[in-house]
Design a protein around this ligand. Structure first.
Ligand SMILES: C[S@@+](CC[C@H](N)C(=O)[O-])C[C@H]1O[C@@H](n2cnc3c(N)ncnc32)[C@H](O)[C@@H]1O
Length: 232
């Protein structure tokens, strides 16, 4: 089945999101749509996932991580900085990135780098052990998401992985949110997108203990598909 574009009017899809986020305060509550109180629960399961990944066969290194759609740096501060020597943050809203400088504090400043750009225009210039994408990919069209994931692949070190943590729709349909100009995708569509981007889903884990009424959230660990060496 073809992966359809999330929006046929990509320009307004992106500019409406920029407009929406420009009015959101640079706080944890702002990042999580008024659900700042779920941050610890979110981080707890993410930490467990990373610990298990580092205990697995052929784990990624602990040198460099990329935090995609980083906002004010919530994930960098509470998760990635515990595991990695250096972290780059990519985020399209400059107000959030300048708040990140304060929020992360002087000690973490020494190990972070900022890119103020939309993911639809971002191409990794460096090589990363882990590329973490959380609660942002619904802001990319399907086509841009495939392109983004492909370019992330070329930005992975040996044994590097892409980790996606996103809301999942409860039906087979895409839920569109006109307010923040995003989409929530069903699992089946994520699977198609991973395949289009030549990625294997090595693990798929459901977030636990979120309040009732929120979307189901899954974490996916993705690896470049193994190259098939033709028989001689
Ligand atoms: C729901 S917040 C999540 C922030 C962070 N990932 C976290 O979990 O704390 C979504 C973030 O994605 C950013 N964003 C939205 N569209 C984006 C795009 N096209 N490229 C990069 N960042 C984007 C927003 O500015 C906002 O900071």
């Amino acid at each position: 089945m073809e992966v359809s574009s999330a929006s046929t009017t990509d320009d307004s899809f992106y500019s409406n999101a920029v407009q929406y986020w420009s009015e959101i305060p640079p706080t944890i509550d702002g990042m999580l749509g008024g659900f700042g109180h779920i941050s610890q629960t979110d981080i707890r399961d993410s930490k467990l996932l990373l610990k298990q990944l580092f205990n697995s066969k052929e784990p990624p290194g602990r040198g460099h991580a990329l935090d995609c759609g980083a906002g004010i740096g919530r994930i960098t501060k509470h998760l990635l900085s515990d595991f990695f020597d250096r972290i780059d943050l990519v985020e399209q809203n400059p107000k959030f990135l300048s708040q990140a400088e304060q929020y992360l504090g002087p000690k973490l400043q020494e190990k972070v780098n900022y890119y103020s750009v939309g993911l639809q225009s971002f191409k990794p210039e460096k090589q990363y052990d882990v590329i973490w994408c959380q609660w942002v990919l619904g802001h990319l069209t399907d086509l841009d998401l495939v392109t983004f994931l492909k370019s992330c692949q070329s930005g992975l070190k040996p044994n590097g992985v892409i980790i996606i943590k996103e809301n999942i729709s409860s039906s087979e349909d895409i839920d569109k949110d006109e307010r923040d100009s995003s989409v929530t995708r069903p699992l089946s569509l994520f699977r198609q997108i991973f395949a289009k981007a030549d990625l294997d889903c090595y693990r798929q884990v459901k977030q636990r203990n979120f309040p009732k009424g929120l979307y189901t959230v899954y974490m996916f660990i993705l690896r470049p598909q193994k190259q098939h060496v033709p028989d001689e």
